[in-house]
Ligand binder design. Structure first.
Ligand code: ZN
Ligand code: ZN
Length: 193
């Protein structure tokens, strides 16, 4: 198990068991905009504006306290659902709105920093490196195996039905809280930061 907690400790959860996972950094502008939305760019983003993420199946995620503090936004009405905690604005993770795409990309800020590499191994891929900040871009690498594991994760969750155990969807397959869609002007301003 791997401990999850928001910065203030109100929201606590864990990643249970073993399974397929990915340890990646995403340099896309959307992930960066989310950090700026929360005002946590400094603590969340690396020197080139990347967000370090652990992808696991949502069924492995279990909250022990503070679920009522969860909130979510989307940058567009079709975009990823981006979760954070209202108590202290800790970015938590990103999911697709389709519950059958059963993974969550957990953002390192809510993870147990000292044990990330021990529990999930080192970073194996860097995505969207063309959108990284700075002149010398990080090398894009490791994409294919990550995508294979990602598909494996989603497929396994779909076939086994374990996607229905996600704590982020209710029994009717609706998100447990409605995700607020940001307006285009707000998103444009966040992306300009
Ligand atoms: Zn908190
Ligand atoms: Zn991204």
């Amino acid at each position: 198990m791997h401990a999850i907690r928001c910065q203030c400790g109100t929201v606590r959860a864990q990643i249970n068991g073993k399974g397929i996972h990915n340890h990646i950094v995403c340099y896309c502008r959307d992930c960066r905009a989310f950090a700026h939305f929360l005002g946590t760019g400094e603590g969340t983003l690396d020197a080139q504006g990347g967000t370090e993420v652990i992808q696991v199946s949502q069924a492995r995620l279990q909250f022990s306290q503070g679920v009522e503090q969860l909130a979510a936004i989307r940058l567009t009405d079709k975009g990823m659902v981006r979760w954070y905690t209202t108590c202290c604005k800790t970015p938590l993770g990103n999911i697709m709105s389709d519950p059958k795409m059963a993974f969550i990309g957990l953002i390192h800020t809510a993870l147990d920093r000292d044990n990330i590499d021990k529990d999930f191994g080192p970073i194996t891929a860097r995505f969207e490196t063309a959108a990284a900040l700075g002149v010398a871009k990080p090398a894009q690498h490791g994409i294919f195996p990550v995508i294979c594991r990602f598909i494996g994760m989603s497929l396994a969750a779909r076939l086994s039905g374990s996607y229905k155990q996600s704590p982020l969807f209710d029994v009717k397959a609706q998100l447990i809280v409605q995700a607020r869609v940001l307006d285009a002007a707000t998103v444009a301003a966040l992306k300009a930061e």
